[in-house]
Design a protein around this ligand. Structure first.
Ligand SMILES: Cc1cc2nc3c(=O)[nH]c(=O)nc-3n(C[C@H](O)[C@H](O)[C@H](O)COP(=O)(O)O)c2cc1C
Length: 205
């Protein structure tokens, strides 16, 4: 698939078939992360690819399983109806979209600065870099005909995953990525319309 096609095909996928993904394909997809730009040139990220369901269950044991569309009503920062609809699709699926995936991919970022209390933007460079790689993974998955979702770990979700996977305290998880073959009826959220004429500026704001 051509790059622009993959970019346009990429959507968050939270409903999958039972199809497994061959190991070499998962390696190829995750390997693209290491072509991403990196602030310090090291690309010393690690990725853990979990395909074993029992391990998956242990890794995501902290992800809420009983959220419903009603929980979206309590999210007072949501104002736009398209945004609200996207949360109504996503929120109840946070656990299912990971456990129902062919694999859960866990990127690991070395903590080189206190990203939760940065002194300035450059303290967030390691975080920004790992995200560049995550987007490569998403696009490579789309190019291979697969779909991804992601969840940002909250509360004790990271420590539960650390215990299940045995990675050291010096690494943090920026997100969990669920990957698989999109189900024929996989829901794709309606997109907010962006007016490029208004949002892309030439020479001045
Ligand atoms: C930084 C970031 C955090 C996100 N967190 C979550 C999340 O916790 N759960 C989830 O289901 N989707 C999450 N998403 C996916 C967004 O909901 C999704 O990308 C957005 O609604 C646009 O839809 P699309 O990906 O289908 O184009 C996140 C995306 C980004 C970039």
């Amino acid at each position: 698939m051509e790059l622009y096609e993959a970019i346009n095909a990429r959507r968050s996928i939270r409903d999958f078939t039972d199809e497994a993904i061959p190991r070499e394909v998962l390696s190829r997809i995750v390997g693209t992360a290491y072509q991403a730009p990196a602030n310090d040139h090291f690309r010393d990220w690690h990725y853990i690819i979990v395909t074993d369901k029992a391990t998956m269950r242990n890794v995501i044991a902290g992800v809420p399983q009983n959220l419903t569309v009603k929980d979206v009503d309590a999210m007072t920062f949501i104002s736009d109806p398209v945004q609200k609809a996207s949360y109504q699709i996503a929120v109840p699926k946070q656990y299912q979209m990971l456990i129902g995936a062919a694999a859960v991919i866990i990127p690991l970022m070395k903590k080189k600065a206190d990203v939760l209390h940065p002194r300035d933007l450059s303290d967030l460079n390691c975080f920004a870099s790992v995200w560049c790689g995550i987007e490569h993974v998403w696009l490579a998955a789309a190019a291979e005909g697969y779909g991804c979702n992601l969840r940002i770990p909250r509360g004790n979700e990271e420590s539960i995953a650390r215990k299940a996977l045995g990675f050291p305290e010096t690494y943090m998880i920026p997100c969990f990525i669920g990957i698989g073959r999109p189900a024929p009826d996989a829901v794709r959220t309606e997109q907010i319309e962006v007016n490029l004429e208004k949002q892309i500026h030439w020479n001045q704001f």
